[in-house]
Ligand binder design. Structure first.
Ligand SMILES: NC(=O)c1ccc[n+]([C@@H]2O[C@H](COP(=O)([O-])OP(=O)(O)OC[C@H]3O[C@@H](n4cnc5c(N)ncnc54)[C@H](O)[C@@H]3O)[C@@H](O)[C@H]2O)c1
Length: 368
């Protein structure tokens, strides 16, 4: 095991939003690291779901509850007394934020406040990583990567909710957790646009394609030339795990925010990534994998890049996966799921180990 991740061995780790895409991958990785994993989520959000495919509920202690319910969040944290919390519970879909703005704002903002408030009241030793998004930045559509000190917010509801979650995090830190008497350490983590096996959320391009292709249909895409900084889900998760482990050891990271994004040269258009993925689905002509529609139901912001120098400086973290590995890991995961009898739990563990090997070979410090 990597030295840095020994911090999680036999520790109690609570993941909110553990039944979702990132939460399921994070649960599996933490179980592999020997942590005692606890989950808090309102429901299992999709069918199929990674959480069910990996039978995670059998390996952890699960609580079902709404993150907006302060009484329940507080009681859960008080009972578990976790050493670490990864707060991922959120309404994370941009299209849903237009149809359900109140649910989006209350879940993303009040939910974050409830986790922090529970920690404030209980005040026992705990390291908490608050996961927001690259969308927390006010996207002024410039060509540079956003730094952690750049302006927060944004014109759309989802961006506003993630910017507001960051503001709540920052003021709780300064008002309560900065003090020497506090036992709580907090940091926030901002990543964006992750892909990987086991995501079945609505209105995300990769799950949409996989659902369509598994039924022998073509996928409809809105903006084929939209460029996104794609990264595999294991990249930011390695960042979150590094941040949690380092923060538990180093007070100087308390209250800090970190970006976790891919290298700039991994920006690709939607068309390119679908063409690359279609190879794993044995399309003879990639153009048969998708059709283009003019239907643009809501405004989508342009390219938003992250500057990740701070994570490199303090955590020695950088994204390590090559683009070819990114779409192989993703395309092959879904292909194995839909078209073979592969044991997906073991296959997913193998992907985590392969990712660690790739990272180690790139000389990234945490993986040595
Ligand atoms: N997937 C991405 O590309 C991406 C990009 C940037 C940031 N993020 C952030 O990462 C986090 C996890 O995202 P994901 O892709 O795994 O999302 P997901 O939709 O797969 O999972 C969301 C999780 O939150 C839970 N949840 C939702 N509302 C809740 C509520 N009211 N109370 C309790 N639990 C609730 C769901 O049950 C689920 O477990 C979110 O904060 C999201 O904004 C994701």
């Amino acid at each position: 095991m990597q030295d840095i991740f020994k911090q999680y061995l036999h520790k109690k780790v609570l993941i909110t939003g553990n039944t979702g895409f990132k939460g399921s991958w994070l649960s599996l990785w933490l179980l592999e690291l020997g942590a005692n994993v606890y989950g808090y989520s309102n429901t299992i959000p999709t069918e199929p779901s990674l959480f069910k495919s990996l039978a995670i509920e059998n390996k952890i202690s699960q609580v079902y509850g709404d993150v907006r319910d302060l009484t329940k969040v507080k009681a859960t944290i008080e009972e578990i007394k976790p050493d670490f919390i990864f707060h991922l519970a959120a309404q994370p879909i941009v299209s849903v934020s237009y149809s359900s703005p109140v649910e989006t704002v209350t879940t993303n903002v009040i939910g974050t406040m409830n986790v922090l408030e529970s920690l404030r009241i209980l005040n026992y030793p705990c390291t908490a990583i608050i996961i927001t998004s690259d969308k927390c930045y006010n996207n002024v559509e410039w060509v540079w990567g956003y730094k952690e000190t750049d302006g927060l917010g944004g014109e759309d509801i989802y961006s506003g909710s993630k910017g507001a979650a960051e503001l709540v995090f920052n003021s709780y830190y300064h008002s309560f957790f900065k003090k020497k008497i506090s036992n709580v350490r907090v940091a926030s983590a901002r990543a964006g646009n992750v892909i990987g096996g086991g995501d079945w959320a609505t209105d995300r391009i990769i799950p949409d394609a996989m659902r369509a292709w598994s039924q022998g249909k073509v996928v409809e895409i809105r903006s084929p030339e939209a460029t996104r900084p794609w990264q595999h889900v294991l990249e930011p998760l390695s960042g979150y795990l590094n941040l949690g482990a380092e923060l538990s050891q180093k007070t100087q990271l308390n209250g800090e925010s970190f970006n976790f994004g891919p290298r700039a040269e991994y920006n690709r258009t939607v068309r390119e990534i679908l063409e690359n993925l279609s190879v794993h689905w044995h399309f003879s002509d990639p153009n048969e994998a998708y059709t283009i529609t003019d239907n643009l139901p809501f405004h989508e912001a342009g390219l938003l890049k992250l500057n990740c120098d701070k994570a490199l400086f303090y955590l020695k973290w950088f994204a390590s996966m090559d683009y070819k590995d990114l779409f192989f890991f993703t395309g092959d995961w879904y292909y194995q799921f839909y078209k073979t009898d592969t044991d997906m739990n073991q296959y997913t563990i193998n992907q985590i180990n392969n990712y660690i090997d790739i990272t180690k070979n790139k000389g990234v410090t945490w993986a040595q």
